[in-house]
Write a protein that binds this ligand. Structure first.
Ligand SMILES: Nc1ncnc2c1ncn2[C@@H]1O[C@H](COP(=O)(O)OP(=O)(O)OP(=O)(O)O)[C@@H](O)[C@H]1O
Length: 567
């Protein structure tokens, strides 16, 4: 659970600093300086208004009609300047916020996608909802940091400007203490304002502390609920086939009940805080008049003076009540920061992570695996002492029972599986992995075929020829059509599309993980023959269960039962 301590400020600094030292630092500093100057000017305007109160109310008390109208005109000018300043401040602050967020979002996306961090975070299961961190938390973070730091700056400047005015205006107060004589309190209204704000802040922090943890949980539960909805949408067909609606309803109900229960706890706590803060600000309306009363009724000050004291008292206690008024925002910022810091630390760890399975270039060509042990994420051994030698342009079929570790071996070869020990040497400069269900992004059919590349030099004729070769000629007319191809094409058609990718992208090594499992045997053999016939025949490593695959490969490697099953 997040806490306000030295570490909190260090994390805040760590998360904030990079933008102001980045390549966009000129823009960042210009906008920040603009915001600071405008805020200082706004404080100056409030000081000016305080003087105006004195003159205006004294004009009323003295029945000075000419002065009254002159002051009204002055106020109109003031209102125009104040409005323009407020508008400009809002504009510049929003510009800084969106520029900062754009920069941070770019940085987070880069980190998330670098070194397969997005895959490894999911594999380790220690960084929940990274999408929420990038989309929501970065928005809230930039928004709250700017609002709170601008609020803090203007509170500090307002405090020092008005404490001086209040001290001077109120002067000393002599309190009779009966037989003990009397005591004189200098600048008593200023001391009163500080005391009032100190009591308010202390009470708010006490009541509001649990808000931090509750807000943290609320954000997590909301993200979990949203993720379940997205999963339902993405797997709608399977769920519909299974008639899994009751189960899905139950899961969604459960997840929303977390959102609901936490929200109620949050609501109760917020109600307590509202009772405290609104009671506090209501009392703050009367207190300055009580403070000014001894001087006014003692005829030491005029009505304008009372208004000036009331206004200054309000400014001092409002600026000191910064924590009281922004407690919910601070709680939200803490929750957000803790999620972002965790993400940053994890991404940094993965950046410097040195996998114990070494994947290195093989000068001799092909693929060589020496003494490879594969473990599960919990450290339990899956396979021990694997040896493989696949000469360049040859083909190998890996077979074995379910759970033997065939797909895990392919993950290790591609550098995705960090658990285990050993050495893998491969000559592949441009390998291509074909899973059972190929990933097809939302885009045109042409882009889907070239994925993940967008080589502009690929001619339409070549794309059309590869479609024809894999038996999807009828789709040629739709190359520019944007569609949800993963939903529209059958699994068999998607597997054919993956082979069309091979023909276009011409990899030097291909890994096929049951990539033809949805096709009949004749079509499977046909697609393998297409690869064999490529001008530069790639090295092929396939994983499959079907015995007919054996005749399509040079060698077969049989994997036995996994280590756990043998133990
Ligand atoms: N992320 C993971 N966390 C924990 N266990 C995992 C993870 N990924 C794989 N495993 C386990 O590792 C074992 C090997 O999985 P793998 O997918 O490599 O099997 P396979 O030989 O390809 O099986 P199949 O023929 O069914 O595809 C399985 O028991 C699986 O449960």
């Amino acid at each position: 659970m997040p806490k306000i301590n030295a570490r909190f400020f260090r994390d805040a600094w760590e998360l904030t600093r990079p933008y102001w030292t980045s390549e966009e630092r000129r823009r960042a500093w210009l906008l920040s300086i603009g915001i600071v100057v405008l805020n200082l000017f706004q404080v100056y305007l409030t000081v000016w208004l305080n003087q105006w109160y004195g003159t205006f109310y004294n004009a009323l008390q003295d029945y000075d009609r000419a002065l009254f109208f002159r002051e009204l005109w002055m106020f109109c000018g003031f209102a125009i300047v104040y409005l323009s300043t407020a508008l400009l401040t809002f504009y510049i602050t929003q510009m800084l916020q969106i520029s900062w967020r754009r920069w941070l979002t770019g940085r987070y996306i880069t980190r998330w996608l670098a070194n397969n961090a997005y895959y490894r975070m999911q594999l380790a299961g220690d960084t929940d909802n990274p999408d929420q961190r990038i989309a929501d938390d970065l928005r809230l973070f930039t928004d709250q940091v700017l609002n709170l730091s601008v609020g803090l700056l203007s509170s500090v400047v307002t405090f020092f400007s008005f404490i001086f005015i209040l001290w001077t205006l109120s002067g000393p107060l002599t309190v009779p203490l009966g037989a003990l004589g009397s005591i004189t309190i200098p600048g008593y209204a200023a001391i009163g304002a500080i005391l009032y704000a100190a009591i308010g802040t202390w009470a708010t922090v006490r009541i509001g502390r649990p808000l931090i943890g509750l807000t943290f949980n609320q954000q997590r539960f909301e993200a979990d609920f949203r993720y379940s909805l997205v999963r339902l949408r993405e797997n709608s067909e399977s769920i519909a086939f299974y008639k899994g609606e009751p189960h899905e309803t139950h899961v969604l109900d459960m997840r929303f009940s977390n959102v609901f229960a936490n929200f109620i706890a949050l609501l109760k706590r917020r109600m307590q805080l509202i009772i405290m803060t609104s009671g506090y600000s209501q009392i703050a309306i009367i207190v300055p008049y009580l403070v000014a009363a001894p001087k006014y009724f003692g005829k030491a000050i005029q009505f304008g003076g009372v208004q000036q004291i009331a206004n200054s008292f309000d400014q001092v206690q409002t600026s000191l009540s910064f924590i009281v008024n922004s407690y919910s925002d601070i709680a939200e910022l803490q929750a957000v920061m803790s999620r972002l810091t965790q993400f940053e630390h994890r991404a940094r760890e993965l950046e410097s992570f040195k996998p114990s399975i070494e994947v290195e270039p093989e000068p001799g060509g092909g693929l060589t695996i020496v003494g490879l042990d594969l473990d599960l994420p919990n450290g339990a051994p899956l396979r021990a002492g694997l040896h493989l030698d696949v000469p360049p342009s040859s083909s190998l079929l890996i077979m074995g029972p379910t759970g033997a570790g065939k797909s895990t071996l392919l993950r290790a070869i591609s550098g995705l599986w960090p658990f285990g020990h050993g050495r893998i040497a491969t000559s592949a400069k441009h390998p291509l992995f074909l899973p059972q269900k190929p990933y097809i992004p939302l885009c045109t059919l042409r882009d889907a075929m070239l994925y993940p590349y967008r080589p502009a030099e690929v001619q339409d004729a070549e794309v059309a020829a590869s479609l024809k070769a894999v038996g999807l000629e009828r789709l040629t007319a739709e190359l520019d059509a944007e569609d949800n191809w993963a939903q529209r094409l059958s699994v068999g058609e998607q597997q054919r599309l993956a082979f069309a990718r091979v023909l276009i992208q011409k990899p030097d090594m291909i890994f096929l993980d049951e990539a033809t499992a949805a096709l009949d045997e004749a079509s499977e053999a046909e697609l393998y023959r297409l690869i064999e016939a490529m001008p530069e025949k790639p090295t092929i490593v396939s994983v499959g269960h079907r015995s007919t695959l054996k005749s399509l490969h040079d060698t077969v490697f049989e994997m036995g039962e996994p280590a756990a099953a043998l133990a």
